[in-house]
Design a protein around this ligand. Structure first.
Ligand SMILES: Nc1nc2c(ncn2[C@@H]2O[C@H](COP(=O)(O)OP(=O)(O)OP(=O)(O)O)[C@@H](O)[C@H]2O)c(=O)[nH]1
Ligand SMILES: [Mg+2]
Length: 500
């Protein structure tokens, strides 16, 4: 792409970002108390509830008992279209809670849904049965009815029981944040490896949440008849779930084997890079921080940049060069988020090994975000989970063009060692190149050699991988004083320059 086209793409994305921010502001969760506007619940004596229950039951029964349908209905075709968001706020400030719900709204929009409303409840901890308290659940049902929502998304990972009970009260599909993130990953996965990793994560998520005839019938009965249980909780229903579980487990093992096979290929590539002593730099950071934009700025890679969460799932490796001419590799990779589902961290472990094996980590932070320090913490949690906490880290604050001078001052104080850039305007990029060059592992062997002219290949390698301190062309060859790594020093061993 030309620079002009790049600019156009960036500008279009900026417009979308602005629009997203505006639409988010409109649906911001700070709602007045719904208490006084509650309409009375519909009269249950007419059996309207039973009718609805049967409708719901039919929906579940309509799923074919084939495993493919279970996965498809539960995940691929979540069809999150018109959604109401629900959060339980247990700690931190109200602003934190609102940010969390705003992030959930951004995730929901990325997944393709329209956010109609958002509510949250202050509680010591989520309700064990229904996530929000049962009174609040009834209010949410009113909101669902009033807005015509078809899905409720809860801001957390809910137990299978909580999901079931809430669905029963709300009468629409209820999904949690984990399922939402898995859904986005499923939509964005494009490589064979990425798809396999997402499927593995989905299977792991689904395993404890399998619902079948047996369980749904017992749920229905349990709701109306004290004691529950009864027909359908034993026999074929359970057998069916058992069969599904077995088939999912078999699929999980197969996916694990496939993913392991694919990561071996990458490990081989990596070790060949290692052998050639090309230092590696990994870009990591919160989703939408501008990691791909930065890779494009530094290498002209042309990686997809999008104002969408988790636009990048597959690692892209590009060659880059320090200002003094040394080569290194730069890897762009999947973004992180608060409470990244552990199933995904597990499934993407092999991809994230790129990060753990890097010589230097560029930790990209969106300086224009409302809570950059919170993003840094969330990213460090995931880095710890993938054993990358020990990789030397350089904090790069991106999007300085979109920050107010006050915010810059405050954040500078909190992040004294950081480099400040704008991947959009190019501001600070030259300085970043210098700092990366300085932080890369330096070759450590000093050599003084006279390389004959027929070994131009060696001279070129010293230029590429080492640091040339002086170069002189004499009658018998090229005299080089340089600093190189051990393996190159070994190759140059026979060419030690005669002492003058
Ligand atoms: N204002 C401003 N926007 C930027 C800058 N860098 C990136 N963006 C925008 O931020 C959004 C995300 O950029 P990406 O490069 O896709 O971010 P990412 O970190 O790769 O995102 P994921 O792959 O989705 O995790 C896009 O809309 C970019 O145009 C910047 O320096 N300033
Ligand atoms: Mg990206």
């Amino acid at each position: 792409m030309t620079t002009a086209q790049n600019r156009a793409v960036l500008d279009a994305a900026a417009d979308r970002a602005d629009k997203a921010a505006r639409s988010l502001a409109v649906s911001e969760p700070a709602r007045p108390d719904h208490g006084e506007s509650l309409r009375p619940l519909p009269d249950d004596s007419t059996g309207s509830y039973d009718l609805e229950e049967r409708g719901a039951l039919r929906r579940v029964a309509g799923l074919s008992t084939e495993l493919t349908d279970v996965t498809e209905v539960e995940y691929r075709q979540l069809r999150l279209e018109r959604v109401v968001l629900v959060g339980v706020w247990t700690e931190g400030t109200q602003a934190d809670a609102e940010r969390s719900l705003a992030e959930l709204a951004a995730l929901a929009e990325t997944a393709g849904s329209e956010v109609l409303d958002g509510v949250m409840q202050r509680r010591d901890k989520p309700d064990a049965g229904t996530y929000v308290g049962s009174g609040k659940a009834a209010e949410i049902r009113e909101i669902v009815a009033a807005t015509g929502a078809d899905t409720v998304i809860c801001d957390g990972e809910l137990t299978p029981g909580q999901l079931n009970q809430l669905e029963k009260i709300l009468k629409v599909k209820v999904v949690d944040r984990t399922a939402l993130i898995l859904d986005i990953f499923a939509q964005h996965a494009s490589s064979r490896e990425g798809k396999a990793q997402v499927e593995l994560a989905q299977m792991q998520y689904m395993l404890p949440r399998l619902r079948g005839w047996g369980e749904s019938l017992s749920r229905q009965a349990g709701g109306r008849v004290a004691g529950g249980g009864g027909i359908g909780t034993r026999g074929p229903g359970e057998t069916k779930i058992e069969t599904d579980r077995r088939r999912i487990r078999a699929r999980v093992s197969k996916l694990r084997r496939e993913i392991a096979g694919m990561s071996t290929a990458r490990a081989t590539q990596r070790s060949s890079r290692d052998r050639n002593a090309v230092p590696s730099v990994a870009i990591a950071g919160y989703t939408n921080a501008g990691k791909s934009s930065l890779l494009n700025q530094l290498t002209g890679a042309g990686v997809l940049v999008q104002d969408a969460l988790f636009a990048t799932l597959d690692p892209t490796v590009r060659r880059a060069e320090t200002p003094d001419g040394r080569d290194y590799t730069l890897t762009d990779t999947v973004g992180f988020v608060r409470h990244l589902p552990h199933q995904l961290v597990d499934a993407f472990r092999s991809t994230l090994e790129e990060v753990a094996a890097a010589d230097l980590l560029l930790h990209i932070v969106d300086g224009s975000d409302a809570d950059p320090l919170g993003q840094i913490d969330a990213v460090r949690v995931v880095l710890g989970e993938i054993d990358a906490a020990a990789v030397p880290e350089l904090i790069v604050v991106n999007k300085v063009d979109a920050m107010s001078p006050d915010d810059v001052i405050t954040l500078r104080r909190a992040l004294p060692g950081a480099v400040w850039v704008s991947a959009r305007t190019g501001e600070g990029i030259d300085e970043l190149r210098q700092v990366v060059a300085a932080r890369l592992p330096h070759p450590e062997v000093d050599v003084d050699v006279l390389v004959p002219y027929d070994r131009g290949d060696l001279v070129a390698r010293v230029h590429r991988d080492g640091e040339v301190l002086s170069e002189e062309h004499v009658a018998t060859g090229t005299r080089l004083v340089a600093r190189v790594d051990g393996s190159l020093a070994a190759l140059l061993d026979g060419f030690t320059a005669p002492v003058a």
